[in-house]
Design a protein around this ligand. Structure first.
Ligand code: BES
Ligand code: MN
Ligand code: ZN
Length: 486
């Protein structure tokens, strides 16, 4: 989606559709519009019910250059996150009703205009995305040009430029996650990482399974063994100005999770191409942050593999050794995310990480706990927790902290090894906390670490009124805001 600012009065812009959210009365931008249209909009908005279907497409009379107006009635007070969802709904309706390719928007003034510009651009892009990558028929024409009816001040242009980049990166991440696992393999993600490194002037280091094994990454190697696709550990580094402020992002990149020998039931396996959503979000952040904040010292680690059953696959009962020397008893080969992350975290620490966020579709239990709207946050460091909650708030993403009380350490106990990778039975209590307690073992105390379990929000099982089902790009904007404010 391309963004530009209005060159004329809104009624003079030759666009397909003007999108307008109407809180109570018409937005400022309409003051110069054709009086008959204005009267009509006022009538309709009076009659439009709030909180129901709440939208209306109006054909414009002769004399107005726009072909139509998409009206959405909104409550007179909304917080930025809610307003973002309404813009997303507007984008979705505009796409499904094919009101593009050129749409103009007027701001509501419900929140600070600079905030609203950002929310409107990102929201409309998010809502107008359809996951129909492989449809050969009926692919609704996308919104191509978004025209902002707002004075193009220096600040407004800066915010719009940022939002355009973020919006396009959201789409990039969603496409990566929506692509089938036979397309997006570990090697495919390595190629993407290389391309992003070249584009952003970042260094990249790619480890094969053999190299990972030499470095002692027994947990990652165990998971990778069952797959015929070559697996990789990737380190990205954008040094920025260097110094002690270095942010480290770690992503779970299971391009397909069958469960391994502890095979998933077929219904649970259907969406498992999305088990690399954490790695995709980290790649997205790497695509954006070096451009928006070149001085930031940013490291990224991706653990990329499939989890498949085969004659070479690791087995329940195996004991493996991670890079930090800890031994792990495997009770379920389906608890593989924590294994590959164990080595990715240990590697990150070895490479000098001091502030870490890992992002992972780690547990079904986190979906049971928080649903698809909210990511679970776990951390060993209260002020780091606070920082991430703030970033999520700024990004308009729902994140909620879950506890890691010391009593939970009992969960990960093994009789035979240092740790067990799972409870060894399904439906065991505190599954999301189990995962976090396990990861914590791979980050020495004193290093600020946080874990975002995005299993719920990264993938929506069905469409809703503001966004398509499937990949959402969850956590990308939180990582970006964190990096911008780090
Ligand atoms: N990738 C899954 C978690 C998941 C489940 C993500 C559903 C998205 C939707 C993870 O590797 C997994 O299989 N976790 C197990 C852990 C269990 C074996 C301890 C789970 O959640 O059941
Ligand atoms: Mn699994
Ligand atoms: Zn998994």
């Amino acid at each position: 989606m391309n963004i530009r600012f209005c060159r004329k009065e809104i009624g003079e812009e030759e666009v397909d559709t003007i999108i307008s959210l109407i809180p109570e009365s018409l937005p400022e931008a309409f003051k110069s519009i054709d009086p008959a249209l204005k009267k009509k909009i006022e009538e309709i908005s009076r009659d439009l019910p709030l909180y129901t279907k709440d939208s209306f497409v109006l054909l414009t009379p002769e004399g107005v250059k726009a072909k139509r107006v998409l009206l959405l009635k909104v409550p007179p007070s909304l917080d930025p996150l809610e307003l973002r969802k309404v813009y997303s709904q507007a984008g979705r309706e505009a796409r499904l009703k094919e009101l593009g390719p050129d749409v103009a928007i007027t701001l509501t003034g419900l929140v600070d205009p600079l905030v609203e510009i950002e929310i409107a651009i990102e929201g409309i892009a998010q809502g107008s995305y359809l996951p129909n990558l492989y449809r050969t028929e009926k692919r609704e024409r996308d919104l191509e040009n978004l025209i902002l009816c707002h004075p193009p001040t220096f600040e407004a242009q800066k915010v719009a430029g940022k939002a355009e980049l973020v919006a396009n990166t959201q789409t990039y991440v969603r496409n990566l996650v929506n692509e089938p696992a036979s397309v997006v393999t570990p090697l495919y993600l390595v190629e993407e990482a290389k391309r992003i490194a070249a584009e952003t002037g970042s260094e990249i280091e790619v480890l094969s399974v053999e190299q990972a094994e030499k470095m002692g990454m027994g947990a990652f190697v165990a998971v990778a063994r069952g797959s015929d696709q070559p697996a990789f550990m990737v380190k990205l580094h954008h040094p920025g100005k260097g110094g002690k402020n270095r942010l480290t992002l770690v992503g779970k990149g299971l391009t397909f999770d069958s469960g391994g020998l502890s095979l998933k039931p077929w219904e649970s396996m259907i969406t498992m191409k999305s088990d690399m959503a954490g790695a995709a979000a980290v790649l997205g952040a790497f695509r954006v942050l070096p451009l928006l904040r070149p001085e930031l010292d940013l490291m990224g680690f991706l653990a990329l593999t499939e989890n498949l059953p085969s004659g070479k696959a690791y087995k329940p009962g195996d004991v493996i050794k991670a890079m930090n020397g800890k031994t792990i008893e495997i009770l379920s080969t389906d608890a593989e995310g924590r294994l590959v992350l164990a080595d990715a975290l240990a590697w990150a620490v070895k490479e000098g990480a001091k502030h870490i966020v890992d992002v992972a579709t780690l547990t079904g239990a986190c979906i049971i706990a928080l649903g698809h709207e909210t990511s679970g946050l776990f951390s060993n460091h209260p002020s780091w927790t606070e920082k991430i909650l703030q970033a999520a708030k700024k990004a308009g993403e729902r994140v909620w902290e879950l506890p890691m009380f010391p009593e939970y350490k009992e969960l990960i106990r093994s009789e035979i090894a240092d740790l067990a990778n799972s409870a060894g039975r399904s439906g065991a209590p505190a599954g999301a906390i189990f995962g976090a307690m396990f990861l914590k073992e791979f980050v020495p105390e004193g290093i600020a670490w946080a874990h975002l379990d995005i299993a719920g929000p990264s993938w929506l099982p069905k469409n809703n009124k503001s966004i398509s089902g499937g990949a959402t790009g969850a956590s990308l904007r939180t990582l970006i805001e964190l990096g911008l404010d780090f």
